[in-house]
Design a binder for this molecule. Structure first.
Ligand code: ASP
Length: 440
């Protein structure tokens, strides 16, 4: 059995929903994971924010606008009169619920319930569309099986048991449709797997049912070797190892949720990235096999804060780093990059929620300097640190002000920390020279 996940754009227009229908109706048994229609989750976030800011009339306007958009989509997608009534009733019940939320105070639980509506809407609408097209599918409610534990990690054992039961209840069905992103937490409350979490849903399901393959269908033909939003002349990478894909997803390649490959890596279940609008394109295959050495891709992660921790007492003192790390541990803040000298250590974090408290604690043991608006540029490839062309990197970057560099932490990654204002220029330069569009 395969797991196919379709992102927001893939279910965001009538034309693309027809493409999805064609892709999934090949007669093979599969689980289809859907995101919310494009723009919906952002809209729901804005509604929750308006409620939180005590601005119910703004929230109501936003709800009514979204309601109208959904009715227009239904009118252009569906032709069967009974189905149109049924789907509009369901959609209206969702918008009724959202309107009721505007009278409440916005707790985290309420916000999560609001955010969950996008995937509930897209799966209901798409399942009805399949019905109209004569394709039989079974809707698997994600909230009946997708659970996280007390550490916010997927509770694979419980997911496996419940999913197997639900799949065997729907015996004979070729297509199972389910919601990405949403789940129940360890207390049974509606929660989610963070923005972009439908990719993660797909690989969690893939691991739970030991799928033959997980496919992530988006609006781009695979993972590109640089960020196409900022850089010209990027191209799709045909093969990546799990390690390379994990580094790229974590360090900024927006096409994948950072945790995507984690669940499937252990069982070496391949993940294929495909383009819904161009199904014939090869896309990117992420698997356990590694291909040629050298720099394969560049990605950048923004909103990074660098902290320099300087202590004269660090000189030949042991235990200093332990104290530093304990402070980050206390505030549950993970560290991305780290470099040390005899008297100072510089590190980066991307979650600055507890920055003030962390600084207060660190100032008790050292002198602290903080730089915000930094970006990590990450160069990924198999055995990249050993490749004979890697020296070029230092020639290329002569003119770039590098704040930190991490080389050798893993064979597959070299990371640079730069000021975010230099990011686009740095990415373009690296692209031109490393991928030999221009020679040095
Ligand atoms: N709908 C959610 C989001 O926009 C999850 C997803 O699309 O993967 O973040």
């Amino acid at each position: 059995m395969k797991v196919l996940k379709f992102g927001g754009t893939s279910v965001g227009s009538v034309e693309n929903m027809h493409n999805v229908k064609n892709i999934i109706s090949d007669g093979d048994k599969k689980v289809v994971v859907l995101s919310a229609m494009s723009g919906t989750t952002n809209h729901l976030v804005a509604i929750a924010q308006a409620i939180e800011l005590g601005n119910p009339s703004d929230a109501i306007d936003k709800i009514n606008n979204l309601h109208e958009t959904y009715f227009k989509t239904i009118d252009s997608l569906l032709t069967d009169a009974h189905l149109i009534v049924d789907v509009k009733n369901y959609v209206s019940s969702v918008f009724e619920f959202l309107l009721e939320c505007t009278n409440k105070s916005c707790s985290k639980t309420l916000e999560n319930k609001i955010l969950a509506q996008g995937e509930l809407l897209s799966t209901y609408i798409f399942n009805s569309f399949l019905k109209q097209e004569g394709i039989s599918a079974t809707l698997l409610p994600a909230l009946d099986f997708m659970r996280t534990d007390a550490f916010n990690e997927p509770d694979i054992d419980s997911i496996k048991v419940n999913l197997e039961r639900l799949i065997s209840d729907g015996k004979g069905s070729e297509i199972y449709i389910t919601q990405g992103f949403i789940c129940l937490d360890d207390e049974g409350q509606i929660s989610n797997l963070q923005r972009g979490g439908s990719d993660y849903t797909a690989t969690i399901i893939g691991a739970a049912i030991k799928a033959e393959e997980v496919q992530i269908w988006t609006d781009i033909d695979g993972m590109h070797n640089n960020d196409p939003r900022y850089v010209e002349n990027t191209s799709a990478i045909s093969n990546l190892s799990f390690e390379e894909a994990a580094e790229l997803a974590y360090f900024g390649a927006k096409i994948l949720h950072p945790q995507t490959v984690t669940p499937v890596r252990k069982d070496s279940i391949p993940v294929r990235l495909k383009n819904t609008m161009k199904p014939e394109a090869h896309g990117t295959l992420i698997s356990k096999s590694t291909s040629e050495n050298g720099i394969k891709a560049i990605a950048a992660k923004d909103n990074i804060t660098a902290i320099k921790i300087k202590s004269a007492r660090m000189l030949q003192a042991h235990g200093f780093l332990k104290k530093v790390f304990e402070i980050f541990e206390t505030y549950q803040t993970s560290i991305d990059m780290i470099t040390t000298s005899e008297v100072a250590v510089s590190l980066t974090i991307d979650d600055d929620k507890n920055l003030e408290s962390i600084i207060t604690e660190l100032e008790k043991i050292a002198l602290i300097e903080v730089d915000t608006n930094q970006s990590i540029v990450c160069l990924v490839g198999h055995s990249v640190v050993n490749h004979q062309d890697t020296y070029k990197l230092f020639q290329i970057l002569q003119d770039v002000k590098i704040r930190m560099i991490s080389y050798g932490g893993s064979k597959n990654n070299i990371s640079l920390l730069i000021d975010s204002k230099d990011k686009i220029n740095t990415l373009q330069k690296l692209n031109d020279y490393l991928f030999e569009l221009v020679t040095l």
